[in-house]
Design a protein around this ligand. Structure first.
Ligand SMILES: Nc1nc2c(ncn2[C@@H]2O[C@H](COP(=O)(O)OP(=O)(O)OP(=O)(O)O)[C@@H](O)[C@H]2O)c(=O)[nH]1
Ligand SMILES: [K+]
Ligand SMILES: [Mg+2]
Length: 447
C-alpha cells in the first residue's frame, strides 16, 4: 500500500467566496521526487530549500502557476518517505489545475483522510497518542485545548505510557526468568519485588484514570444551571450565550429539556446547560424535566444555582443544595438574580440582574476561577484525553488485578502480558522481542 505516492491539498479548499492567498499541496511516497521533476521540468532542488519554480501540466505542457516548491529527501521527513510541498496561489482554478496536473502524472493518487500521519506512524515517526495529538491540535478551538494537544503531540502521553510499559516489562522479565530458568541464581524476594512493582503501576494508572482534566478539555467542561422555576436560569443562559438560545417567559416551568450551549470561558471550553426549574409538579412532562435537571446537575463538573432575590432565596438555596448530589461549596456557584427588584449584599454569592447585566463581570470571574480549578485537579502529569485510552487502561488494570491474585507464576506472567498489551494498544507499539532484551539486560542470565 505504501508503494503509492500520495498527494493532497494541505490548506483549506478554496471557494468562490473564500479563495486562499496561498495553497499548499503535499506529496509523499517513493515517486514524490519524480513528480516534482516532471511538474517543473527541472532537476530536484537542494532538500529543504524553498525555490521558485513554474508548475506545468505534464500532458499539455501548459504553465499553471509560479510558486515556491520544497523537496524533502527521506528518511528525515514528516512521513519518513520522500516528500514534496508546492506553495501555490490559492484560487480555485490554480488549485484545481495543479491537482489535475499531479493526477496526469499517472503514478500518484489522492491521499485518504489521515494518510500522511498514518505513514508517519508506520515509519516510526510518532506513536498513536502523538498522532491523536495532531488531530486534536487541528481541532482545538480554545487556548487551553491547543496547549493540551501540543503537549500530547510532543509525546507527553507517549512518554508516560512507555514508562509504564517499561515498568511492567521489567516485572514480567523477572517472572519469565523464574519460569524459564528455574535453576538459575535469581535475586531473593523476587515475588515480593514483582508484587510491589505491579501494585505501584496499578496506583499510578488508577490516579491517571481518576483525572478527568484531559477529557474535560477535549469535550468541554460541563456546567449545569439549576434552581427553582422562574429564577432566571434561561435568561442567564441567553446572557452568557449572547443569543436567545432558550425560551424565557414569566410562566413558571417554561424550560423542560436540557438546553446546551458551547462557550469559551477565558480559554476553557465549556458546555453550559440550562435545566427545568426544580419543584414538585403533577404535570408528567414537567416531572420528567425536573428528573433530567437533577441528573444533569449530578453529572456536571460544576453547578450554578440561580435564585430569585425577590423571593425567599435563602430557604430555597438550602433546600436545593441539600438535595443536589455532588454539590461542592468550594467550586459551585450561587447566583442571586433579579437584584434590580430586591438588592442583596451577602458574601459568597454573586448578586446578578440578567435584565440590567449588573453582576455579570463578577459571575464571569467566578466561573473562570471554578473552571480553572476543575481543570487543574491533579495537575502535573499529562492527563488522559480519550475514551480509547481509558478503555485500554481499564483492561490493563483488570489484568494487573488478576496477575496479583494468580495462583501460579506462569498465570501471573500471562496476565501481566495482557496488561502490557493493553498499554501497547494505546501507543501502537507491542513488540515481543523487546521482552527478551529486558530479560538479558536485567539479569545477565547465561553469562
Ligand atoms: N426583573 C427581572 N426579571 C428577570 C430577571 N431575569 C429574568 N427575569 C424574568 O423572570 C422571568 C423568568 O425568567 P426565565 O429566564 O424564564 O426563568 P427560568 O428560571 O428559566 O424559568 P423556568 O424555565 O420556568 O424554570 C421572565 O419573565 C424574565 O424576564 C432579572 O434579572 N430581573
Ligand atoms: K420561566
Ligand atoms: Mg427556563
Amino acid at each position: 500500500m505504501n508503494d503509492a505516492t500520495i498527494y493532497a491539498l494541505g490548506t483549506a479548499t478554496p471557494t468562490r467566496a473564500h479563495p486562499g492567498a496561498l495553497a499548499v499541496i503535499r506529496l509523499s511516497g517513493p515517486r514524490a521526487g519524480d513528480a516534482l521533476e516532471q511538474l517543473t521540468r527541472k532537476s530536484l532542488p537542494t532538500p529543504r530549500r524553498m525555490v521558485l519554480r513554474t508548475i506545468l501540466d505534464p500532458v499539455s505542457g501548459e504553465a499553471i502557476d509560479k510558486g515556491l516548491v520544497v523537496w524533502f529527501a527521506a528518511p528525515n521527513t514528516e512521513t519518513g518517505e520522500p516528500m514534496v510541498e508546492l506553495h501555490l496561489h490559492g484560487g480555485r482554478a490554480v488549485v484545481g489545475a495543479a491537482l489535475d496536473a499531479i493526477a496526469h502524472l499517472g503514478f500518484c493518487r489522492l491521499a485518504e483522510p489521515g494518510e500522511f500521519t498514518r505513514r508517519a506512524f508506520e515509519h516510526g515517526k510518532l506513536d498513536l497518542t502523538e498522532a491523536e495529538g495532531i488531530a486534536d491540535l487541528v481541532a482545538a478551538e480554545t487556548a487551553a485545548q491547543r496547549r493540551q494537544a501540543l503537549q500530547q503531540m510532543d509525546g507527553a502521553l507517549h512518554r508516560l505510557y512507555e514508562e509504564w510499559r517499561g515498568k511492567g516489562l521489567r516485572a514480567l522479565a523477572h517472572l519469565e526468568a523464574a519460569i524459564d530458568f528455574p535453576d538459575e541464581d535469581l535475586p531473593e524476594g523476587l515475588a515480593d519485588e514483582v508484587r510491589v512493582a505491579i501494585a505501584g503501576l496499578q496506583a499510578e494508572i488508577a490516579a491517571h484514570l481518576e483525572d478527568r482534566r484531559g477529557e474535560r478539555l477535549r469535550d468541554g467542561l460541563s456546567i449545569a444551571i439549576i434552581g427553582p422555576p422562574n429564577a432566571g436560569k434561561s435568561s442567564l443562559l441567553n446572557l452568557l450565550a449572547r443569543r436567545e438560545a432558550a425560551i424565557v417567559s414569566e410562566t413558571a416551568g417554561t424550560t423542560r429539556d436540557v438546553i446546551e450551549i458551547h462557550l469559551d470561558l477565558g480559554g476553557w471550553p465549556v458546555v453550559l446547560a440550562d435545566t427545568a426549574g426544580l419543584r414538585d409538579s403533577t404535570d408528567a412532562i414537567e416531572q420528567e424535566g425536573v428528573r433530567r435537571a437533577r441528573a444533569r446537575a449530578a453529572a456536571a463538573d460544576l453547578r450554578v444555582l440561580v435564585l430569585d432575590a425577590s423571593g425567599d432565596w435563602r430557604a430555597e438555596m438550602q433546600a436545593i443544595i441539600a438535595s443536589t448530589e455532588h454539590w461542592t461549596p468550594a467550586r459551585d456557584i450561587v447566583v442571586v438574580n433579579k437584584t434590580d427588584l430586591a438588592p442583596v449584599a451577602t458574601s459568597g454569592i454573586v448578586a446578578l440582574s440578567t435584565t440590567g447585566g449588573a453582576g455579570l463581570p463578577e459571575l464571569l470571574t467566578r466561573l473562570e476561577q471554578s473552571a480553572e480549578a476543575s481543570m487543574q485537579d491533579g495537575a502535573g502529569a499529562p492527563p488522559l484525553t480519550r475514551v480509547r485510552h481509558r478503555e485500554a487502561l481499564v483492561d490493563c488494570q483488570a489484568a494487573l488485578e488478576r496477575a496479583l491474585g494468580a495462583p501460579e507464576v506462569a498465570l501471573a506472567a500471562e496476565d501481566l502480558r495482557l496488561a502490557l498489551r493493553a498499554i501497547g494498544r494505546i501507543t501502537g507499539a507491542v513488540r515481543l522481542d523487546e521482552l527478551l532484551d529486558v530479560i538479558f539486560r536485567d539479569f545477565c542470565i547465561g553469562k
